[in-house]
Design a protein around this ligand. Sequence first.
Ligand code: ATP
Length: 270
Amino acid sequence: MSALLSVQGLTVRASGKTLVSDLSFSIGSGERMGLIGESGSGKSMTAMAITGLLPANISVTGSIVLDGQEVVGTEDKRLNRLRGVATAVVFQEPLTALDPLMRIGKQIAEPVRRRLVREQGRATRSAVDREVLDLLDKVALPQPERIANAYPHEVSGGQRQRVAIAMALACRPKLLIADEPTTALDVTTQAEILKLLDGLVRETGMALLFISHDLPVVAEVVERVMVLRDGIALEEGAVVDVFSNPSHDYTQTLVDAARMFDEALGRTGS
Ligand SMILES: Nc1ncnc2c1ncn2[C@@H]1O[C@H](COP(=O)(O)OP(=O)(O)OP(=O)(O)O)[C@@H](O)[C@H]1O
């Protein structure tokens, strides 16, 4: 069976600098994979390359086949059809995904309407409204009607991230890319959002590419992980193997740092 996402020899360059170098990996339907590395290691560049969202001054070579469609070198118009159908992205800062001047319900309604038209040939106002409220409920937002009528600045940061997740889910993508989705949140909210994402991904059977610099976070939601440093893949494998028996010193440093952090917080566990 062919992979949902197949990245082969991906290389990303800007102003003569190589930001991602000869990266290869694949994700099967329903599979959950993590991309981990320090700040600047090329994680976001990889995610942006997959969605074809990199600015024109950044060159991409290699091959990215997403749901049977080559992304590298494909014109934006064709990629637009792929975005939302094959993949949706949840970013670190939900405000990047939300229009500050549009009510939340209306923003979620748009991808819902497009999907209903695609799947059923039509989208009635009541069907769209019903689904918007269902989605807000699904991401455990209290009083879905109130949230639907609110503007993004009228809800909390954690609630905004739940809204961004609802928008991504509205598309029912085959692959969800979550790029540091909990980094901007306080620890309690982080844990809640992580639990929510984990539950939703398992429930819907979406594949997940989870990007983070935070090892314990990654370990909680994915089965397989790839470690990146300076745009180069250092190692890849099952989460338990990579974290319990890293083959690279750099990974060991990440593991040690996470352990020390946990100990400092008085948290135990593996
Ligand atoms: N528009 C750009 N033009 C040139 N270089 C860029 C651009 N955006 C990012 N970079 C560089 O690309 C490299 C990889 O950045 P990237 O954002 O992918 O890292 P990251 O691993 O996602 O880090 P973080 O966790 O901080 O988001 C960095 O050295 C960064 O400075």
